[in-house]
Write a new protein. Structure first.
Length: 321
């Protein structure tokens, strides 16, 4: 009788939740567990939450051997040493040897990488980037993260800090980013930036924002990126203008990415990424003005396969050879 195939345990660590799941070698998620994450508590409580999520997900193994554990965490971190450095969303950990602590607790090989790199690897191995040698992945949500996979391997750079794509500036006089720089694409096209732009526009032009304001119960302060997307789908002209500007900003950014890296495919993940995937034709058209590459139009823009499960799948992908 053949032994059950090994599975991999992927752990997606965030500031307020930790999700874990078993993933097979074909990228199928077999189980999921989700627990609160005390990211602003002490280090031991946060470690205990991660271990509890691992145990909950592992309970569904049903005789299958768990080959390794992968950890996906906000950066900055050092993937080579498995150390979480000083992520703003996880102040519980500073220079914390997370991979080694998990390896000791669960006695399994353990890998750590930042969430965007991990998701990029999952998309390159199993998702929208499968079959391509060079995959550029961007996750658009509360922030913007990026990863670049070459020949099945994440490009980490000299210290592990490469491809911080969300902090590439497209306007040195633009809004100040949380990182301290001005005009980063994150400060312009992430969900909070889109919502802020829509709120300002709605206050100035309430008639043009009727549907947008209706979805926010008449209170511009309640406009979110999700509300902007819904209003646009329902024909709100101001929401359309806000997303048109967002698409233009992304085209400027991607033009520079293409000129620098010329990936074979570009994949968008994250909640805001799913919305902007509906603007791919516009972004592709505007790219012509923002790249010198005459064949940039041949690079496909694709929505990610893994939505909310990107962290689990990505963490598991770290474990495979």
């Amino acid at each position: 009788m053949a032994k059950p195939e090994p599975v991999y345990l992927g752990v997606d660590i965030g500031g307020t939740k930790v999700a874990a799941g078993l993933v097979n070698a074909q990228g199928k998620i077999l189980s999921r567990a989700r627990l609160p994450m005390p990211g602003r508590g002490d280090a031991s409580a946060a470690l205990a939450a991660v271990s509890a999520a691992i145990r909950a997900a592992a309970a569904a193994a049903r005789g299958r051997a768990i080959a390794a554990i992968g950890l996906s965490s906000p950066g900055p971190l050092d993937p080579r040493r498995g150390v979480v450095l000083n992520p703003p969303n996880l102040p519980c950990w500073r220079d914390y040897p997370l991979a080694e602590r998990i390896r000791q607790a669960h006695r399994l090989p353990t890998r750590l990488d930042n969430d965007a790199n991990a998701a990029a690897l999952a998309e390159a191995r199993w998702g929208a980037g499968r079959g391509y040698h060079s995959v550029f992945y961007a996750t658009l949500g509360t922030g913007i993260g990026a990863g670049w996979v070459l020949g099945g391997q994440v490009h980490h750079g000299r210290t592990g800090a490469a491809v911080e794509g969300g902090h590439v500036s497209i306007n040195f006089r633009g809004p100040r980013c949380a990182c301290g720089k001005r005009g980063c694409i994150e400060a312009v096209a992430a969900g909070p930036a889109v919502a802020k732009r829509a709120r300002l526009a709605a206050r100035r032009q309430p008639r043009a924002a009727r549907r947008l304001l209706a979805l926010a119960d008449g209170d511009a302060r309640r406009i979110t990126g999700e509300v902007v997307g819904q209003a646009w789908r329902e024909g709100d002209a101001l929401a359309a203008a806000v997303l048109q500007q967002t698409a233009e900003s992304l085209a400027i950014w991607l033009g520079s990415i293409i000129d620098l890296l010329e990936p074979e495919v570009i994949v968008f993940g994250g909640g805001m990424g799913a919305l902007m995937a509906e603007w791919f034709p516009t972004i592709g058209e505007r790219l012509r003005a923002w790249t010198i590459n005459p064949r940039a139009g041949e690079i496909p823009l694709r929505p990610a396969r893994y939505g909310a499960d990107a962290g689990i799948a990505g963490a598991a992908a770290l474990c495979l050879p």
